[in-house]
Ligand binder design. Sequence first.
Ligand SMILES: [Zn+2]
Ligand SMILES: [Zn+2]
Length: 372
Amino acid sequence: MESELQTSGVTSNIMPLAFPRGKEKFCELCKREAYLQCTRCRVTFYCNAEHQQADWVGIHERICHLLVRMRTPTELIDHAARRDDQLRKAELIEICRLVAQSKLSEGKYEEALPAAHCCLHTSIDVHGPNTVQLLPSYLLLAEANMGLDNLAVVAELLCQAKWVVLKHPESGPLIQQQLHRSLGRFHAAVGNLEAALHHFANDVYFSSEEYGLDSINASKGYFLMAEVFVRQGKIPVARSLYSKVAHTWHKHLISLLHHQTEISHKRAVSSQSFYEQSQRVEMDEMLRAMLEFEQKQFRRDAAQIALLAHSLAMLWFLGGDLQKALGFGTTALQASQQITKHDLTEPVQRLLQQVQSLQPGSGSRTAEKQRH
Ligand SMILES: [Zn+2]
Ligand SMILES: [Zn+2]
């Protein structure tokens, strides 16, 4: 406990005199007795340096400054102060949710835990236990634990989540959809494929109710169903679902690209803002999974390959990664040129020209070469 900490956050031993007697401090992460405190905010405590470091990397670095006022007890709490406090807590919940989500999408499950825990505790503090507002936190925690293979913990969290939703039948399709997606993922993870399909089908149903049948969100449900069909060896069903998903995303990316081009004509705009990093990573993963799946088939469907590679090229063009856009664009062009009626060739070529015109040092001549 005395050792110098090699951490990015700074802690010191808790100074007992600074706190009222009889008020024990508990570790932010594990709730065991704490011996260290964060020296910046002085209102966050840890049992050991390891938990301090995990919390710092996971979330504390971003919220340390917010916690000072939130956790400092005040004598007189008037109406305005209470409202300020609620607003700060709402902000804290949102930051934690976003951080947890982005860590999850990067596959950093261990690092997602502190943010997800903080999200849950603050939500309980604001909304009370057993409220439907806790659902996003339960599902974030479940996803992190699923990544860490703590399936017993996941089962327990999802049980709580299910109970909360049952208690609040008025909670609406979005909540139902999120719950079914998590339940489907859990059943898929434990090899309960029929149950997984049942939940993913419900996921699609509630997604469609909230966002429409051709929405990106509903198509994620179809994608997850297709993955289960692949595991069951039902390849034709999986392929037809993948094809449906590919068309939806292709259409979506075309309209995003169109929107982007229109805006950038009017003013310079950072393409980074179009997609949150976490969304882009998720989309990239799913599109690539479908592309690799199709490329492995005995009879490849060139149209599907062209559609997916074009989508990936647009995704990375919007994300500002020109090398990836160029790579996928070239794959799309080759696939599309194998089809007799290749209506994708032209838009793909146009995108490749756009990509090449933006690359440093290469003018329009390289774009010309690509066009032949
Ligand atoms: Zn601890
Ligand atoms: Zn702190």
